[in-house]
Design a protein. Structure first.
Ligand SMILES: Cc1ncc(COP(=O)(O)O)c(C=O)c1O
Length: 415
């Protein structure tokens, strides 16, 4: 599953002891295994070998160029949701015809950028976006290739914040309005529909929501055929979950098998937008214990990583496994593992049983590769952590630690 393992009680990433990296780069830091990244992409992508497909890694999960290049070198495309992600993708040398652009609020300058780049398709999420895209494409003398993102009303049985395919969610176009929107596209001079798209949510640990969603989309493809609207690409989004704690998500092979079976008679290229399943367990966050504090009701381990570094526990009440980097065994304690930020919501774990820790001990927050660094911020004016990539016996700093100099924004030079 991943390349983080103990050797003589010390946690390694591939062949590098994590203590060695901490000594050289300081803490906290994000750490990724190149072998795990590559292996996860290959396992996922090859599971779809039986059909025409394109695996577009969802950049929002992990956007470091070194990580993106790993997948692009293996033939992958990307799913983007902003001009910034397009910029990163192009800098990682992805072929424009392997880029799909999702998102409910694309700005005009982002539409212009993507049209000039010549991406594969825009996943359009509303009729007003269609109107604007047509105008912008006309002004630039371009034709925008699009898929409509439809909202199939499927409960993905995940956290409400990462559930996107329900009626109450802001995403996509109602399936009941899809046909009329495709008909409207026919009348637009600078837009051509080539696909259909849906993404129902993230960290989905069952197959049935994917199958249900695909069946609904298939019905639409068939209806569109009758209207002489040909769909070349069916984009099913991302969403396959990973094990953070006890979850038992389907293996990508099982996921692929059921989708391939459903796609049999469609004659479409299947596009997939996986994020978490590729990078989630390929990265960890390493942090150092600063202080121990005994409250009257709780014991706290205060570490140097905080919610600005990894927001998932605070935002989604998400569980992240936490392990000592050097496992001395010995007694266990039940503690809250918290950061230095001035919010009671700043915690990495609550009421967690862990081997007794002391100041300067290192901890590894596991499964932090997806939506970890990409959701980090400068809250409390904390410089962002560096990102490190291990490959075999070597490690590389793929993003430097931010310095106080990086926080100087807003101060006029003359003052
Ligand atoms: C449109 C779209 N595609 C793909 C993804 C990637 O999802 P995941 O990381 O769960 O595979 C997301 C994330 O929510 C998304 O919004």
């Amino acid at each position: 599953m991943h390349d983080f393992h103990y050797y003589q009680n010390e946690l390694y990433c591939e062949e590098v002891p994590i203590t060695k990296i901490a000594d050289e780069v300081g803490t906290p830091f994000y750490l990724y295994s190149f072998h795990t990244l590559e292996n996860h992409f290959k396992v996922f992508d090859s599971a779809f070998d039986g059909i025409d497909h394109l695996t577009c890694f969802s950049i929002k999960a992990a956007s470091n160029l070194a990580i993106l290049k790993t997948f692009i070198n293996l033939g992958g495309g990307v799913d983007i949701v902003s001009g910034g992600e397009l910029f990163r993708a192009l800098n990682a040398n992805v072929a424009p015809n392997k880029i799909v652009f999702s998102g409910v609020g694309k700005q005009i300058k982002e539409l212009e950028y993507a049209l000039t780049t010549g991406i594969l398709m825009f996943n359009v999420e509303s009729s007003s976006e269609l109107t604007i895209l047509n105008q912008v494409a006309g002004r630039l003398g371009k034709k925008a290739h699009i898929a409509l993102r439809v909202n199939p009303h499927i409960d993905p049985k995940t956290h409400p914040y990462i559930s996107t395919g329900l009626k109450k969610n802001k995403f996509g176009i109602e399936t009941t309005q899809a046909i009329e929107n495709y008909q409207a596209v026919k009348k637009l001079e600078h837009v051509e529909s080539i696909g259909i798209d849906c993404h129902i949510g993230s960290q989905i640990t069952e197959l049935s929501p994917f199958v249900e969603a695909l069946r609904k989309v298939k019905e639409l493809v068939q209806l569109l055929k009758k209207e002489n609207i040909e769909i070349k690409y069916l984009d099913l989004g991302g969403g396959l979950g990973i094990t953070y704690q006890q979850e038992q998500p389907p293996h990508p092979k099982e996921y692929a098998e059921v989708l391939i079976e459903e796609m049999k008679d469609l004659n479409c290229t299947l596009i997939l937008e996986p994020g978490r399943v590729i990078v989630g367990n390929a990265g960890i966050l390493v942090s150092k214990v600063l202080y121990l504090k005994q409250g009257t009701e709780k014991s706290f381990v205060i570490v140097d990583a905080a919610m600005n570094d990894l927001i998932r526990p605070s935002l989604y009440a998400a569980f992240q496994a936490i392990q000592p980097v050097v496992n001395t065994g010995g007694e266990e304690m039940v503690v809250d593992i918290v950061g230095p930020i001035c919010e009671s919501g700043d915690f990495l774990a609550q009421d967690r049983k862990i081997t007794c820790l002391k100041p300067n001990d290192l901890i590894a927050v596991m499964s932090a590769g997806a939506y970890g660094f990409t959701m980090s911020s400068n809250y409390n004016s904390r410089p962002r952590a560096p990102e490190i990539l291990v490959r075999g016996k070597e490690f590389h700093v793929i993003r430097e630690r931010e310095s106080y100099g990086d926080l100087k924004t807003g101060i006029p030079d003359s003052e």
